[in-house]
Design a protein around this ligand. Structure first.
Ligand code: UDP
Ligand code: UDP
Length: 476
């Protein structure tokens, strides 16, 4: 079936990982709902199974409005990259294959109104901007507070342009970002940024921070009531001069195509049945996102904490970073005795679950999350209490946003998830604290209302998207 002519044509290029792909496809769906045509450029090979599955469901859900184009990546010589993380390897591979994009873009049958790429592709896109012939944007898959940090890195690095400082030397005990009341402590900065030596995350942050101002805009999965101060500071040029518009179009909504239809074989149908039998607000949902393996040293104490907390729980465990590599049974790791006790009180699965459906279920009253921004915003839309347990990356900065807004707790003494083993007793105590905290529930309820307004009819997301579409039409 050929794609009908639409007035506005938007191309998307994501990078890797569900935390990047989900917001990309959700943003694309917003444009689809407004009648735009979408081209999805898909870097191949795809890293995880969850990504392959959702891409095919997305494309088949919009057969007339979406075209897909494969972007065949040139494999990297592993000796030229110092990471063994498959997702970061993919970011590097895409960055180094970007010259192959221009022919793809010029082969499109209708011209583009806008090109929207993943946050990890800022410098590569800026380098080919003269060949794109339309405005280029990024979608930022984290908080506005984290975007302020990324933007401010260029200011920190620019203090002495002659020097080529190591990122760790740019950061003092705290970072005071203009326009942002609460400074970012050094301890919240993504650990990879501060790590000795050189890694691809550092290089991306340092290179890309300088190039942010060359973009036409940034889409961010946040909204006024949640992060008004940071959004204003960015948009008013307080964080960095010349910052392009930052469009708070969040919280992005989960879409129909995300439905993990696993039929009889999958776990979702019995998980939902199990939840249906539980009292309202009585279940703790535990998940550290799509690519954080629970450390072997921690897993038994997590089980003990959940058993002791006194609530029913739904625990999603990943034993490997990439789902395709999952090859061990949970019982092998936990042992049959502990596994038996876990099953008496709750449910534990290793599969990819339909997180939005779980968070939206009335039985779920609390969420223990690593603090991935998608998980946080999905949760805020559902008004469930949060306990953040940052494991790495931007997650402490996101945890600060959760705490500042009074919608969740964050136990700073736990440090990064990789630093120490938190004992089962302590985990149980903090889960109880989160589940029984009425003030969190009130705040989470208020934020849920604000979130629904922001992404509802006539809300901030719709206003921004309609305005941009009109702007692009005028330029066509
Ligand atoms: N997710 C899911 N089922 C799972 C694990 C994750 O649907 O079993 C989704 C989750 O809803 C979110 C994304 O995958 O949209 C994970 O993104 P996030 O930013 O929370 O964390 P990351 O996985 O990038 O660390
Ligand atoms: N990582 C790595 N080497 C690198 C860069 C990153 O191993 O050079 C891994 C790191 O171990 C961690 C993850 O990438 O698991 C951190 O990703 P982050 O949360 O910063 O990025 P995002 O979740 O936003 O993609």
């Amino acid at each position: 079936m050929s794609v009908p002519e639409a007035a506005v044509h938007v191309a998307f290029l994501s990078s890797a990982g569900m935390g990047h792909l989900n917001p990309c496809l959700r943003l694309a769906s917003v444009f689809l709902r407004h009648g735009c045509k979408v081209t999805l450029i898909i870097p191949k090979p795809i890293v995880s199974l969850a990504e392959s599955n959702i891409i095919s469901r997305f494309c088949s859900s919009f057969p007339h409005q979406v075209s897909q184009i494969d972007f065949n990546l040139t494999p990297l010589d592993p000796n030229t990259v110092n990471t063994n993380d498959p997702f970061f390897l993919q970011y590097e591979t895409i960055r180094r294959s970007v010259h192959l994009l221009s022919p793809i873009l010029s082969s499109l049958s209708t011209s583009l109104s806008a090109f929207i790429v993943d946050v990890f592709l800022i410098s590569p896109i800026v380098s080919i901007v003269d060949k794109i012939f339309c405005p280029s944007y990024i979608y930022f898959s984290s908080s506005a507070r984290m975007l302020s940090f990324l933007a401010y890195v260029s200011v920190l690095a620019d203090a002495d342009p002659a020097a080529q400082p190591h990122p760790s030397t740019l950061v003092g005990d705290v970072i005071h970002i203009p326009g942002i009341t609460l400074p970012i402590p050094r301890s919240s900065v993504p650990p990879l940024f501060l790590l000795e030596g050189s890694n691809s995350f550092q290089r991306m942050m340092m290179e890309d921070s300088l190039k942010l101002t060359k973009l036409d805009g940034v889409f961010i999965n946040s909204f006024e009531e949640l992060e008004g101060e940071a959004l204003a500071a960015l948009n008013e040029g307080k964080v960095v001069r010349g910052m392009p518009p930052v469009y708070g179009i969040g919280p992005l909504m989960a879409c129909e195509f995300e439905n993990v239809d696993q039929g009889q074989k999958g776990c979702m149908s019995w998980i939902l049945e199990w939840l249906n039998e539980r009292a309202e607000g009585s279940v703790v949902y535990v998940s550290l996102g799509s690519r954080t393996e629970t450390r072997r040293e921690q897993i038994k104490d997590m089980a003990l904490g959940l058993i002791e907390c006194g609530y029913s729980f739904l625990w999603v465990v990943k034993l490997k970073r990439v789902d395709r590599e999952e090859d061990e049974g949970l019982e092998d790791v936990l042992g049959s005795e502990l596994m038996g006790k876990v099953r008496e009180r709750g449910v534990v699965v290793k599969e990819f679950v339909d997180q939005m459906k779980i968070l939206g279920h009335p039985a779920v009253g609390g969420f223990v999350t690593h603090g991935g921004w998608n998980s946080i915003t999905e949760n805020i839309r559902e008004g469930v209490n949060i306990l953040t347990w940052p494991q790495g990356g931007d997650q402490k900065i996101n945890a600060e946003v959760v705490r500042m807004n009074g919608v969740g707790i964050w136990i700073e003494e736990w440090g990064w998830g990789t630093q120490k083993v938190v004992e089962g007793k302590e985990i149980a105590k903090r889960i109880k604290e989160m589940m029984s905290n009425e003030s969190l529930r009130v705040k989470a309820g208020e934020m849920k209302e604000a979130a629904r307004k922001a992404c509802g009819v006539g809300g901030s997301c719709e206003v921004i998207i309609k305005r941009l579409i009109e702007e692009w039409k005028r330029k066509a």
